[in-house]
Design a protein around this ligand. Sequence first.
Ligand SMILES: *[C@@H]1O[C@H](CO)[C@@H](O)[C@H](O)[C@H]1NC(C)=O
Ligand SMILES: *[C@@H]1O[C@H](CO)[C@@H](O)[C@H](O)[C@H]1NC(C)=O
Length: 402
Amino acid sequence: MVYGKMCKYFLVVITVVLTQSTICTGDTDQRNERSKPGGLFGSNWGFTPSKRFLSLFTVVTWGQGQCTAPSGEYGNCVPNNECLPRGGIPGGPCAAGYGMCCVFMQSCGGIARENGTYFVNPNHPDAYEGTGSCQLTIMKTHPDICQIRLDLDNFAISQPEPINHICNADQFLVSGGSPAPSICGTSHGEHMYIDAGLGQSNPITVTVITSGPAFPRTWRIRVSQIPCGSISKADQGCLQWYTGVYGRVKSFNFDTKTGRQLSNQDYSICMRTERNFCGIQYTACPDPSNNRSRSFTISGNSNSIVNSMVGSGTQGTPNSCTNDWLLIGCARVTDRIPVPNTCEDRICGGTFNAEVSTLERTVQSSVRPFRLSFHTDLIEAPNDIDNRGFCLDYTQQPCTNG
Ligand SMILES: *[C@@H]1O[C@H](CO)[C@@H](O)[C@H](O)[C@H]1NC(C)=O
Ligand SMILES: *[C@@H]1O[C@H](CO)[C@@H](O)[C@H](O)[C@H]1NC(C)=O
């Protein structure tokens, strides 16, 4: 079945509505109501609804039902006759044929007025080699939208320059909401949450600037509008938000072979504290492409062995993190017995460990909420060479009794 869960749900509710309306409206011609455009699905119902009927109707709000089009893209299940006028692309039936799975897609100069609108490169799904500025404006679908979630389903623009890793040819920028780092390179599957402010405030814009040499650029970014009361809402100050007891987090443009850690980053990655979990452990991801893992290379010359560095120190303090770092609240290695009574906050260098070492270790933190903060300045060379950034696997740890 290509129809999403919500569409099945609609079918059930519609069946109930039809039954109820028969009971409540007696001899109203049901067939007429159904064929009248906007009759069954529009707001102008052709007969007087009873109280009971209305309370049922409030459950059915078109446009919230997510469905999957045969193209693999998500759409909104809307009344058949509304998809084209709303600027959507019909993507097959949903709600058992009562609705249309309507995919909303915009490119340069577009305006996202529907939840789940995709922002795609010109020529999508083919690559775009051109240069210029391509902007999407996001309008809140409702005043009660608190956050915008951007899902970078597909994201490949050109790499930062190789010396200081600055995005000076291509750049992805978000403005009008809470601050978001500007990024470039390749980041398929990453996401960002942007605080949209209260009320129907200024729109948020997402811009891809492309310049410099031709490059096969592709992007397909899904823009979801998160209501203030939604369970999908991220905690305050979290650019990235992960749920579940385990998962993987990466810096933007992470790739152990060709990725370059981006400069000028400053944001937080948050893991929702799941019920009955009190701590969290982080381990560097496996690196299948290098003999010495490059899953954590934040500072130093990554072409040689670089130990882990810890703490904020000061400029000139050896093995401390004064320029680029990953911050983990009170981080300790997991298997020290007895548990050391000191802990570190910043970790950098070329090895993942909460102590200065050339050996990778699992690192633990009990500071809640679970949060990583990543900071890089605007300089790499000459001390920092070929840094890749980080990829960490995390697992939350259950609370222990007593
Ligand atoms: C938009 O879609 C997302 C994900 O499908 C959903 O969580 C959110 O509630 C929707 N927003 C609105 C306003 O319907
Ligand atoms: C890993 O080490 C082996 C043996 O020293 C070497 O032949 C190989 O090229 C190395 N691979 C990488 C990716 O560095």
